[in-house]
Design a protein around this ligand. Structure first.
Ligand code: ADP
Ligand code: ADP
Length: 225
């Protein structure tokens, strides 16, 4: 099985806080992987290290075989990260924002049909020419998901995409993530909801106080507790 994300001996401290203690983990290509853990466990730090946005103190990470430090651009091009926070320019339209983001990755018109397809699947088809400030919170969240995927990355990390969303939107997001996975994308999901991990993920890991506690199937985890 080929590895989508290879994490070896990753350590990170902030002053006296050990955010990550030597993390080792291999996420396989085509997996739907869940990363669970309480607030402060180190999930955001680990995601930011995988994305090459936070410097690790020791260890290495590669995405689709590209080292996230030495081959940052190659690795980053193969990764989409959906952040928790809703950050965007309120005056851009949805379509402009997505096309501009595609441009950052060197993608041109060839991805425009894909952008329209994502808007369709995320129930945003009628909003392509709306400005971001006119959208509801749930719509903004969906646009940021589309934004992370404009360059059709083979690996996607979604950081708590369903936190605080209503049941209907949660169902839309579950269907969207399931379809991405079905089409061959490696999906990594962080969530606070165990039932969500159980529903969607093949394997899950529990991060607690900067250490990876469990890597096994959701069924095994539930049998244990
Ligand atoms: P999460 O929802 O992942 O728990 P946090 O609220 O812990 O998010 O963190 C939000 C942002 O603030 C992250 O970028 C994180 O790296 C940063 N952060 C978290 N804790 C601290 C801290 N003690 N000092 C400075 N920055 C922090
Ligand atoms: P999670 O995403 O699981 O909530 P984080 O990765 O945000 O966890 O945080 C892990 C630990 O590192 C926490 O103790 C947090 O306060 C600390 N931390 C995270 N980012 C920073 C930062 N920029 N400066 C100082 N401490 C931080």
């Amino acid at each position: 099985m080929s590895t989508a994300i290879a994490i070896a001996g990753v350590r990170k401290t902030y002053g006296r806080t050990i955010a990550l203690h030597g993390i080792d983990l291999a996420i396989h290509q085509g997996e739907f992987f869940g990363l669970l853990g309480p607030n402060g466990a180190g999930k955001s730090t680990l995601i930011n290290i995988i994305a090459g946005l936070v410097r690790m103190d020791a260890g290495s990470v590669s995405v689709m075989g590209y080292d996230t430090v030495r081959q940052f651009r190659e690795a980053r091009r193969r990764l989409g990260v959906v952040p928790q926070e809703l950050v965007f320019d309120p005056f851009f339209t949805v379509r402009d924002m997505l096309r501009i983001q595609a441009g950052y990755y060197g993608c041109g018109r060839e991805v425009w049909p894909w952008i329209d397809e994502m808007l369709e699947r995320l129930d945003l088809a009628g909003k392509a020419t709306s400005s971001m400030r006119a959208l509801s919170g749930g719509m903004k969240r969906r646009v940021l998901i589309a934004q992370a995927l404009v360059h059709r990355p083979p690996v996607v990390i979604l950081d708590e995409p369903t936190a605080g969303v209503d049941v209907e939107l949660r169902r839309t997001l579950w269907a969207f993530m399931t379809e991405l996975h079905r089409q061959g994308t490696t999906v990594v999901l962080t969530t606070h909801y165990l039932e969500e991990a159980q529903e969607l993920c093949g394997r899950i890991a529990i991060l607690d106080h900067g250490a990876l506690q469990v890597v096994e199937t959701t069924a095994q985890l539930l049998a244990r507790h």
